[in-house]
Design a binder for this molecule. Sequence first.
Ligand SMILES: Nc1nc2c(c(=O)[nH]1)N[C@H]1C(S)=C(S)[C@@H](COP(=O)(O)O)O[C@H]1N2
Ligand SMILES: [Mo]
Length: 320
Amino acid sequence: MFIRKKRLGELPASDITDHHVYLGRRKFLNNTAAIATASLLPLSLVNAKAELPEATYLNLKQSHYSTDEKPTSYESITTYNNYYEFGTGKSDPALRLESIEFPDKSKPWRVSIEGECDKPGEYDYDDLIRPFTLEERIYRFRCVEGWSMVIPWIGFPLADLIKRAQPNSRAKFVEFTTLYDPAIMTRRNVLDWPYTEGLRIDEAMNPLTLLAVGLYGSELPGQNGAPIRLVVPWKYGFKNIKSIVKIRFVEEMPNSAWMKAGPREYGFYSNVNPDVAHPRWSQSKERRLGEFLKRKTEMFNGYAEDVAHLYTGMDLTKHF
Ligand SMILES: Nc1nc2c(c(=O)[nH]1)N[C@H]1C(S)=C(S)[C@@H](COP(=O)(O)O)O[C@H]1N2
Ligand SMILES: [Mo]
């Protein structure tokens, strides 16, 4: 697997620069007319272009599910992270992964599909993703802590993988598990490792739910959950489990690492909801990285049209 190494501090600091560079590069890749445009860019933008990793996914299918909001800078997305296995500070995962190769390309990354399904199996990463058509999905991302981003993911619908696994009638939920490698994931006692998460099967089948393998045109950096992570844009960030090694179909609602850590604070559903406060803070507003003023948090993170029907008749203050 291709592993990219990036040095902190090398990347452009400005969101605006990054965004233009990104859009500029996509045009550049997609049509020759854009070359002329690229040559008109101020020198700073041209320089910044070199800072983004070389695009490895070209001519991706675009999606009507993508937002046209301005993507957060590559720098913010890849240096302001929550990946507690590598430390609890926002910059810890990126700093830590500067000095170690994660995932280790000398070892195959194995993902097992198991539980209540007719086609279980254990796959090398490349074999796992080969059947699927990758697309770009630019999604809003809202952390339960009150910050948000806009991230241009690359991935495929989880539903595509589920259809191949052929879950049986007992499969009511899907449980996901992150790798736990104590040799490199040195943080003990933060959560009950390995990190796990879960979705109801209909949530997992919703067309918005992605398995992401990249962002901004390239492979996922380790700190963002390489080589494959979950993206559920209408739920709080912690549902978006990273570096998945196991996907299991189960009959009972699975517990998650965060539910175990704080059952009163972190529920199974964890849908973004401005009207249901976290026990220790309001969820009505958020700070988007790169912006100064807070903005209002939207119900289901703005994806109500696509997902509200999943929760009809449910009391969302109880099923938080
Ligand atoms: N394995 C694992 N997955 C995880 C986490 C983690 O600590 N470990 N943090 C979660 C939280 S709280 C958030 S906000 C997102 C952050 O994703 P990002 O760093 O790619 O923005 O990852 C989620 N997935
Ligand atoms: Mo989060």
